[in-house]
Design a protein around this ligand. Structure first.
Ligand code: BGC
Length: 761
C-alpha cells in the first residue's frame, strides 16, 4: 500500500511504500520519520504531542473542545476516552483524510483488567499468583480492545503500594517487588504480543512512573519522598521490569518525587528511564499532569510545559500546554528544536510500530467488533480467572463449601449489585450485564435449593459518603428506610434459612482513583448487619467485596467463614457460586498485608528490622519497637490464603550450604496435600540477607510455584537460587550481591515458614 504525504504547496512529495505483512526495519522507519519531520511545521509537530480526551469519560480538571477541528489541522496526536469502531473510525478519517499530512491517530483507553469481558481488579488478579493466567488476561483484553478500534492501553499499573488507605492500591499488584515485577512483564507481553504491528495486539503503557503508590498518608496525588536505596531496591523495579519487557510507552505520575513533579522530573524521565534502563518508547503525562504543575507551584503553563519537555515528557494528556506554549518557549530559547523533534519522533515511531501508517483503520473492523468482544469463550475464561483470584481468609469448622440444598439466605448491599461487580477502572464494561451474586447462586443451585434475598443494610450509614462511593452509574439504590427497618427485614428472612451468605464490604468506587479512606473497616452499618446475622445462630459466610486490605479484626474473631472476592469482574457472580459450592477449590493468596488497625500503616512483610525488635513470642516490651495498644502483627499476612484442603510442608533442604559467586543453590521442600480434596498451593520462597552495606529486609520473596496436588499427594518443589537473585543496590548504589549468610524460608505464606541457611562466599 502506498500513502502520499504532500505539502500544501505541492513542493515536496514523499512516497512511503510500506510492507503490510512484516515489521519494518528501524533504519527504514527512521528514514521515513526523517522525511516526515522535514516537511512538518512546528505546529504540526506540537500537534503530535497533544493527547486530548474525546470526552466520553473524564477524570480530571478539563475537557478539550473543538477536537474535530484540531484533528483536521494536525493538532492532535492521539485520542482517548472514545469507544466503538464507528466513533474511532470517524476520528481517524478526519486525521488521514482531512489533515495536511494524513498522520494517523493513536487511540488510547484505560483497558486495565479486561475490556468488555472484565477480569478481577488487578489487586485480585495478582492473588492468583499465576503469571501465565495473568498474561492471558492481558492477551484477551488486547484482543477485545483491538477489535473495537483501540490500539493503546494505559496499563499495566505497577505502582507498589503498602498503604491500604490509598484507593489505587486496587489497581496494582500489591506490596511485593518480585511478584509485581513478574506481573508487570506478563501484562506487557500479553498486550503487545510478539508483533506490535499485528491487528490484535496493542501498545502497553506502564504507569504511574514513579512511586505514585507511596503517596504520603495514602492520600491520592500526594507527594512521595523516599531514599534512592528504597527507590532502586523496591519501588522502581516493577517499572523497570515493564521496560525490560519492551513496553512501548510510559505514563508519568501526578506526584512529585524529591520535590520535582514526576511529569517534569528529568532524573526520572531521562537519566533513569532512558539512560540507565535504555527505554526507547515515548512518555505521556497523566490526565492534566502538565497543567497541574501550576498548582504544584512549579510555574505557569508555559514554564511547566517547557520544563516537562526538557525533562523528557513527549506527550501531554489533556492540558494542551505543549501544544499551546512550546513555540513561544522555543522563540525565547527555553528549549531547542531538537528537543521538540525528539519527542515528535517518538510518537511517530510508536505509530509506525503499530502499523498505523500501513493501515490507519487496521483496528476498525466491524466484523471483528461483532465477533470478538464479550464472547462466550472470553466470559467463561473471565469466570475461571475470577475464581482463582478469591482468597479464603477463614473457614472455621469447614462451613464452606456449602451444599446445594435447603434454604440459603443471601443478605447484603452487594448481593444484587450488577454495576458494582467489575470494580474500579472498567470503563468499557457492560455494567448492567455483569452476573450478580444473587444470579450466580440461583443458577448454581437450580431447583436443588432455595435462595432468599434481602439487602440488609445500605452501603454506608452516611448518605453523602455512599453517594461519593457509588459514582459513575454504580448506584446501590440507597434504601431510605431506617437502618433498623432494613436490617430487621433481613433478619426475618435469614431466620428461615439454613445458612446465611452475607455479601458486604466496599462498593466498586470505594477504591480506585481519588478514593482514599482513613477508616478501612467495613462500614459500621454493614458490621451491625453482620452482628445481627450472627445472633440468629445460623452459620454465616462473609463474601467480602473490597478493593483494598480492610481491617477485619472483628470479622476474623467472630465470623466463621470469610471469602474475599475483591471485585471479580463481569462473571464474578458465577465464580463466587463456583467457589462457595466447592465446584472450584479456592487457591488465591494475598499479595497485600491485611492490618489490624489503620494506625499500623504502612504494614508490609518485607520491612527492615529495627535495632530494638521484639523478642520472639512477645507483642509488647517497653523500649522495643511496638505499639501500646495493638501488636505489630497483621490480621492476615502477605502470601496467606486457605483452601478447602490442607497442605503440609516438610523436608526443607539445600543441596549445599555454600554458594560460590557464579554458582547456585537448589532449595527443595516437600509439600503434601493432607486434606480430602484436590487443590492448588502457592509455594513461596523468601530470603533474608543477614548483613548488608545497607540494612536489608527481614524477608524478600524470591520465587514461587503454584502446584496442584491430589488428596494425599506429595511433591518435591525445587527452587534454584543464584547470585543474581540475591543481588541488590548496595550502599554506593552499585548492583550486586554481598558475601555472607542468608536465611531461606519456604512456606504457604510469609509468616508460617520452614527455615534453612546458606553462605555466599
Ligand atoms: C489516571 C490514569 C488514567 C488516565 C486516563 C488518570 O486520571 O490517573 O491512570 O490512565 O486518567 O484515563
Amino acid at each position: 500500500m502506498t500513502i502520499r504525504y504532500a505539502t500544501l504547496l505541492g513542493l515536496l512529495v514523499l512516497t512511503v511504500a510500506c510492507n503490510t505483512s512484516t515489521q519494518q526495519s528501524d533504519s527504514s522507519v527512521n528514514k521515513k520519520i526523517d522525511s516526515l519531520l522535514n516537511i512538518m511545521t512546528l505546529e504540526e509537530k506540537l500537534g503530535q504531542l497533544n493527547l486530548p480526551s474525546a470526552g466520553q469519560f473524564t477524570t480530571g480538571q478539563a475537557e478539550n473542545s473543538d477536537i474535530a477541528k484540531k484533528i483536521e489541522k494536525g493538532l492532535v496526536g492521539g485520542l482517548f476516552n472514545i469507544k466503538s469502531v464507528k466513533a474511532i473510525k470517524e476520528m481517524q478519517q478526519l486525521a488521514v483524510e482531512k489533515s495536511r499530512l494524513k498522520i494517523p491517530l493513536l487511540f488510547g483507553m484505560d483497558v486495565i483488567h479486561g475490556y468488555e469481558s472484565v477480569f478481577p481488579i488487578p489487586l485480585g488478579l495478582s492473588c492468583s499468583w499465576d503469571i501465565t493466567l495473568i498474561e492471558k488476561t492481558a492477551r484477551v483484553a488486547a484482543q477485545e480492545a483491538s477489535a473495537d478500534g483501540i490500539n493503546w492501553t494505559f496499563s499495566p499499573m505497577v505502582d507498589l503500594s503498602r498503604d491500604a488507605r490509598w484507593g489505587r492500591i486496587s489497581e496494582g499488584s500489591g506490596e511485593d517487588v518480585y511478584l509485581g515485577s513478574e506481573i508487570a512483564k506478563a501484562m506487557v507481553r500479553g498486550y503487545q504480543g510478539d508483533d506490535l504491528s499485528a491487528n490484535n495486539t496493542i501498545m502497553a503503557c506502564v504507569k504511574h512512573y514513579a512511586l505514585y503508590g507511596a503517596a504520603e498518608a495514602g492520600r491520592d496525588y500526594n507527594p512521595t519522598d523516599m531514599s534512592r536505596h528504597r527507590m532502586y531496591n523496591e519501588y522502581l523495579l516493577p517499572y523497570k521490569a515493564a521496560v525490560d519487557a519492551g513496553v512501548g510507552s510510559v505514563m508519568a505520575s501526578f506526584n512529585d518525587v524529591e520535590g520535582i513533579p514526576a511529569t517534569a522530573n528529568k532524573w526520572l524521565l531521562t537519566d533513569v528511564l532512558r539512560k540507565e534502563w535504555g527505554f526507547t518508547g515515548f512518555v505521556v503525562s497523566d490526565y492534566t499532569g502538565v497543567s497541574e504543575m501550576i498548582d504544584h507551584g512549579f510555574g505557569d503553563l508555559k514554564t511547566v510545559s517547557a520544563r516537562a519537555l526538557a525533562a523528557g515528557l513527549d506527550m501531554d494528556m489533556v492540558s494542551e500546554g505543549l501544544l499551546t506554549t512550546l513555540s513561544q518557549s522555543l522563540k525565547e530559547g527555553k528549549l531547542s528544536q531538537q528537543q521538540i523533534d525528539a519527542a515528535c519522533r517518538r510518537i511517530l515511531e510508536a505509530k509506525f510500530k503499530l502499523g498505523l501508517f500501513d493501515d490507519p483503520y487496521k483496528y476498525c473492523s466491524d466484523e471483528r467488533a461483532s465477533k470478538e468482544i464479550f464472547t462466550r469463550e472470553n466470559r467463561a475464561f473471565a469466570r475461571s480467572v475470577a475464581a482463582q483470584s478469591f482468597v479464603l481468609l477463614k473457614n472455621k469448622n469447614n462451613v464452606l463449601p456449602l451444599q446445594k440444598m435447603g434454604t440459603i439466605a443471601l443478605i447484603g448491599p452487594l448481593a444484587d449489585a450488577a454495576t458494582n461487580m467489575t470494580g474500579t477502572w472498567s470503563v468499557a464494561a457492560r455494567f448492567t450485564e455483569s452476573i450478580t451474586v444473587l444470579e450466580g447462586l440461583k443458577k448454581a443451585v437450580g431447583n436443588n435449593a432455595k435462595i432468599i434475598y434481602a439487602k440488609g443494610s445500605n452501603l454506608h450509614e452516611d448518605a453523602a459518603i455512599e453517594e461519593r462511593a457509588t459514582m459513575f452509574g454504580k448506584s446501590l439504590n440507597r434504601d431510605t428506610r431506617s437502618a433498623d427497618a432494613i436490617r430487621d427485614e433481613a433478619i426475618r428472612i435469614a431466620k428461615s434459612a439454613d445458612v446465611i451468605v452475607a455479601a458486604v464490604g466496599e462498593s466498586a468506587e470505594m477504591s480506585g482513583e481519588a478514593s482514599s479512606r482513613v477508616n478501612i473497616d467495613i462500614p459500621q452499618t454493614q458490621r451491625d448487619l453482620l452482628k445481627a446475622l450472627l445472633q440468629t445462630g445460623k452459620p454465616v459466610v462473609l463474601v467480602l467485596f473490597t478493593g483494598r486490605p480492610l481491617t477485619l479484626t472483628w470479622e476474623n474473631e467472630n465470623i466463621p467463614a470469610i471469602l474475599n472476592v475483591w471485585f471479580g469482574g463481569s462473571e464474578a457472580g458465577d465464580a463466587i457460586a463456583d467457589v462457595l459450592f466447592g465446584d472450584v477449590n479456592p487457591s488465591g493468596k494475598l499479595t497485600t498485608t491485611f492490618p489490624q488497625h489503620v494506625g499500623q500503616l504502612p504494614l508490609y512483610y518485607a520491612h527492615k528490622n529495627t535495632g530494638r525488635p521484639l523478642a520472639e513470642g512477645q507483642w509488647f516490651q517497653k523500649f522495643r519497637s511496638n505499639y501500646l495498644d495493638v501488636s505489630n502483627d497483621p490480621v492476615y499476612p502477605f502470601g496467606y490464603g486457605l483452601s478447602y484442603t490442607t497442605f503440609q510442608y516438610d523436608k526443607l533442604s539445600l543441596d549445599k550450604t555454600e554458594m560460590s559467586a557464579d554458582g547456585s543453590i537448589t532449595i527443595s521442600v516437600n509439600v503434601t496435600n493432607t486434606g480430602s480434596r484436590e487443590g492448588a498451593e502457592v509455594v513461596q520462597l523468601y530470603v533474608r540477607d543477614l548483613v548488608g552495606s545497607v540494612t536489608r529486609p527481614v524477608k524478600e520473596l524470591k520465587g514461587f510455584q503454584k502446584v496442584m496436588l491430589k488428596p494425599g499427594e506429595s511433591r518435591s518443589v525445587n527452587f534454584i537460587l543464584s547470585e543474581k537473585d540475591i543481588s541488590f543496590y548496595r550502599a554506593d548504589l552499585t548492583y550486586g550481591a554481598e558475601p555472607g549468610k542468608f536465611h531461606v524460608f519456604v512456606g504457604g505464606n510469609s509468616r508460617d515458614v520452614l527455615q534453612a541457611e546458606f553462605e555466599l562466599k
